[in-house]
Design a protein around this ligand. Structure first.
Ligand SMILES: Nc1ncnc2c1ncn2[C@@H]1O[C@H](COP(=O)(O)OP(=O)(O)OP(=O)(O)O)[C@@H](O)[C@H]1O
Ligand SMILES: [Mg+2]
Length: 291
């Protein structure tokens, strides 16, 4: 199954304003937030073509703000966002989508009052001439949506809605997709389905930056992983390296527990993913020494 358009000329037409069909995404020293005080404080990340990059970190560490800074929803105060040869920082989100970035937000990823078909067409608004062929290919890749084309998006299950959001993004011929918690709120089977679609997109040469709370899930598919803490990169490595450094992960996720002031009921606890069945007891010991 291919995500590419039916003919090379369609691909050329859809992406004629792009100089490179498999560009590298390189973010350097991004600073940004919602007022004068930045939430993201100099975060860098590289996504090589055809790889999955995981972005994890505790709640409020700035993951969503960082990806909003890349796509352009949050205007960076400093830093660069480079896709291939082109610098994207400071440009509008729609300009960055035209340049090849795709973005699946953490919430509100589809238009509930529109049908599945209409949602897909909106995603391809920049590519009207090749939109029917593209839609056919996206539906081949996400066949669950094919039988629901005339159903309102609001009536889809959580997993189907997430796949429709992904389909809408794919309609824009992205070369790099930023996904903010694609597995959030989904049942384990739906998480597996989403993960398998993400790995098949990687096989098509698309790069994916996947923000996740489900650390186990992202470690299972990512090539490289970045751990964010308080707006900066706390750890970076291959998924194997990061998965093997439970102490480092514990520090990144629990670092603030040591200085925590407040009721015990609100004290940060060791995330579930750090408490694997075999290592649960030793991790509890480590946790004791960390707090
Ligand atoms: N629209 C906003 N206006 C003001 N502050 C915001 C806004 N969105 C997020 N913040 C603040 O920015 C900080 C980082 O939030 P962000 O959503 O980027 O974190 P996150 O790592 O994605 O967290 P989570 O894992 O809970 O999704 C938080 O302190 C949050 O309260
Ligand atoms: Mg978030």
């Amino acid at each position: 199954m291919s995500l590419k358009p039916t003919s090379p000329s369609q691909m050329v037409e859809a992406t004629s304003d792009r100089s490179d069909s498999s560009p590298r995404l390189s973010v350097e020293g991004l600073v940004g937030g919602y007022g004068s005080v930045p939430v993201v404080k100099g975060m860098s990340l590289v996504a090589e073509p055809g790889t999955i990059v995981g972005l994890i970190g505790p709640n409020g560490s700035g993951k969503s703000t960082f990806v909003k800074g890349i796509i352009g929803i949050v205007k960076p105060l400093a830093g660069t966002v480079q896709l291939g040869e082109r610098f994207l920082q400071g440009r509008r989100p729609d300009q960055n989508v035209a340049a090849g970035l795709g973005y699946l937000p953490q919430v509100a990823d589809v238009f509930g009052n529109l049908t599945v078909s209409e949602n897909l067409e909106i995603g391809g608004y920049l590519h009207r001439k090749v939109r029917p062929a593209r839609k056919k290919h996206v539906l081949e890749l996400l066949p669950i949506l094919g039988g629901r084309l005339h159903q309102k998006a609001a009536t889809l299950s959580g997993g189907e809605r997430r796949l429709l959001g992904l389909g809408r993004v794919l309609m824009g011929f992205p070369t790099v997709i930023l996904l903010d918690e694609p597995s959030a709120g989904l049942a384990p089977q739906a998480v597996k389905t989403i993960l398998s679609y993400l790995t098949s997109l990687r096989e098509e040469g698309i790069s994916l930056v996947v923000v996740e709370q489900n650390v186990r899930a992202v470690l299972s598919i990512a090539d490289r992983v970045y751990v964010m803490m308080e707006g900066q990169c706390a750890m970076e490595g291959t998924a194997t390296e990061i998965a093997g450094d439970l102490v480092g992960l514990g520090r990144a996720f629990m670092g603030h527990a040591r200085d925590f002031v407040g009721p015990d009921s609100a004290r940060p606890t060791t995330p579930e993913f750090l408490l694997g069945e075999q290592s649960r007891e030793s991790e509890i010991e480590k946790r004791g020494s960390m707090i």
